[in-house]
Design a protein around this ligand. Structure first.
Ligand code: DGY
Length: 309
């Protein structure tokens, strides 16, 4: 019997398979990330760790976990995990690819549409009693149909966003790590720019002041990837200066964004609380893949969804 530390309660019945396989499950039941000290203390006797993107799995944690065989991140992104350190410690790492592609692409498109038509602000106008009459000049947004969408990142989610864009007769430009439309050209030509790259050293602040300056004055930036792909300070400046049309963000840097953060005072901005994969069915599938990874790792088998550095 192995001991598996699970750092949050998860939807679906996937976790039951850990106990059914004879493993002892140490489940953190509070609806908040495990405090670091608690995580370090409990991982010390764990053979498997099923963790969230809010848990930093670094050399300190891995050194505190001498029995650890496997880390299953309940996310496709693994920027919270030091993969080189895991490799050094002989710990297998897994993630949850594929199962959250459509939910995340749906949310990216929802953000794009909401920002194009300023839905949060116009809905708020109704609630505030600022809807005097139908008006030919009020609440005007931007066309999505026929517009140009720049997709940064050619992975599963970027491709799924491109499929949705085809239904809106959009011209799609894609920049990938292997080529496609060069990023400067994509930024200069796009009415909407949607980010779908993992957070790595090379994508950190990929969208900085220089990149924002290349965007069209009406262009809208959509980020459902990771907050730190965008330089937050530069984005605040661009929104206040009106050098871009708006931003619609599911992810921010920092995260969570404090309610008094300067970003929230910027105009033409939508911010969501990192809910790209937040559907009941998707999260249950993510749980299942995470459990598959834990069970394989504890059995000494290759992880079905392994991540390497
Ligand atoms: C991921 O999986 O990386 C998302 O950001 C959360 O589901």
């Amino acid at each position: 019997m192995a001991r598996v530390l699970v750092t949050r309660t998860l939807p679906g019945d996937g976790l039951a398979r850990l106990a059914a396989a004879g493993h002892e499950v140490d489940l953190w039941q509070e609806d908040a990330p495990m405090p670091r000290a608690e995580l370090l203390a409990r991982v010390a006797t764990a053979d498997g760790l099923l963790c969230m993107l809010t848990d930093a799995v670094d050399d300190e944690l891995l050194s505190a976990a001498p029995r650890l065989k496997v880390v299953a991140n309940c996310a496709v992104g693994t920027d919270n995990i030091d993969l080189d350190a895991a490799d050094r410690h002989g710990v297998a790492v897994g993630n949850t690819p594929g199962v959250l592609t459509d939910a995340t692409a749906d949310l990216a498109f929802a953000l794009l549409l909401a920002a194009a038509r300023a839905l949060p602000a116009t809905a708020q106008a109704v609630r505030d009693g600022r809807w005097g009459s139908w008006s030919p000049t009020a609440f005007l947004g931007h066309d999505v149909t026929g517009a140009t969408l720049g997709i940064v990142g050619g992975g599963r989610i970027g491709q799924a966003v491109a499929r949705r864009a085809a239904g809106f007769d959009m011209t799609v430009l894609t920049n990938t790590s292997r080529g496609g439309t060069p990023l400067p050209e994509l930024l200069e030509r796009s009415d909407f720019v949607s980010l779908h790259v993992p957070l790595t050293d090379s994508t950190h602040h990929l969208i900085d002041a220089g990149a924002l300056a290349r965007m069209r004055p009406n262009a809208i930036l959509v980020n459902t990837a990771r907050g730190a792909v965008v330089d937050t300070a530069a984005l605040i400046d661009a929104l206040h200066a009106g050098t871009i049309g708006g931003a619609a963000l599911d992810v921010t840097d920092p995260e969570p964004l404090p309610p008094d953060h300067a970003l929230l005072a910027a105009p033409n901005l939508i911010v969501l609380p990192h809910v790209g994969s937040a559907t009941t069915a998707t999260r249950a599938r993510m749980t299942d893949l995470s459990v598959d990874n834990v069970l394989a790792g504890l059995a000494g088998e290759p992880l079905p969804h392994a991540v390497t550095s």
